[in-house]
Design a protein around this ligand. Structure first.
Ligand code: MLT
Length: 272
């Protein structure tokens, strides 16, 4: 069910799914330049795989139905997540994020560790941008300011989706292409600036003391297995799971495998 909250900068919108009295709440944060529809396969599987879990799935500010922040930063996104938890009456949640959503999850941990029950880090990285990535992001801001995201979409698909998905799952390719095309220019520009300015989170990793699951598609070329290893090897007790036949968007490319890994992690969490 859709919920909205009026924050000083504008509206924050999210889906609230599952029992209100659930003891385990999972926040799912989409990547760039996505919106909450990214998690459709997890929502579809809710009744079968996660009936006792409450999902809170926001459009990060500037995407979907959420207003962009005046000055977009990862910390600003993280504070919006904390405001959503307040509005939902949730003290602590498992913070799950894909790629840019993972960068936000690191900020949530730094700023709101007391709200973080566990972390679910999917197809993401801890380090900040290389010079080449910075240059590419700066060039992309110019293009989006002029023409919107349209001219960038075709070039993004090969790094968003794995080779297997591109060759065998045309409906998934079409869904992702549509999601990229509808990303609002203001949200895309704000998120790109926020990613350019984001902290190197490698120093944060050893401070993470909550249970952590790291997931990565084995065909992810944008944040490959080696990035997942950097994260998992620096967080004591974390678990690293590789998703076969998936690229950078593993939860959407291979939902059954990802959902099973998440469900297993949440079961273990409930026993702790
Ligand atoms: C994402 O999927 O969120 C982005 O590709 C992350 C990035 O560009 O660093």
């Amino acid at each position: 069910m859709e919920q909205t909250l009026a924050l000083p900068h504008g509206l924050l919108s999210w889906d609230d799914i599952g029992p209100k009295q659930a003891t385990t709440v999972v926040v799912l944060l989409h990547g760039f330049p996505h919106d909450r529809a990214f998690w459709a396969a997890q929502v579809e599987a809710h009744g079968a795989m996660f009936p006792a879990i409450r999902f809170l799935i926001p459009d990060l500010p500037g995407f979907g139905r959420s207003t962009p922040l005046a000055d977009t930063t990862m910390d600003g996104y993280a504070d919006a997540v904390a405001s959503m938890l307040d509005a939902a009456g949730v003290r602590q949640a498992v913070i799950g994020g894909l790629s840019m959503g993972g960068y936000v999850a690191f900020s949530v941990w730094r700023r709101h560790a007391d709200r973080t029950r566990a972390l679910l880090l999917m197809d993401t990285r801890a380090d900040d941008d290389s010079a080449a990535v910075r240059d590419r992001r700066l060039a992309s801001i110019g293009i989006v300011e002029r023409d919107g995201i349209g001219p960038l979409v075709a070039g993004m698909l090969p790094t968003q989706l794995g080779a297997t998905t591109r060759a065998t799952l045309p409906a998934v390719v079409e869904r992702v292409e549509n999601m990229l095309r509808r990303a609002p220019a203001a949200g895309v520009i704000g998120a790109t600036r926020a990613m350019l300015a984001r902290a190197d989170s490698r120093a944060t990793l050893p401070s993470i003391t909550v249970p952590t699951l790291v997931l990565v598609g084995d065909e992810d070329t944008l944040t490959p297995y080696s990035d997942a290893v950097v994260i998992a090897s620096a967080i004591e007790g974390s678990r690293l799971v590789t998703i076969p036949d998936a690229g950078h968007l593993a939860p959407l490319e291979q939902p059954a495998t990802v959902n099973a890994a998440i469900a297993e992690f949440l079961d273990l969490l409930a026993d702790r």
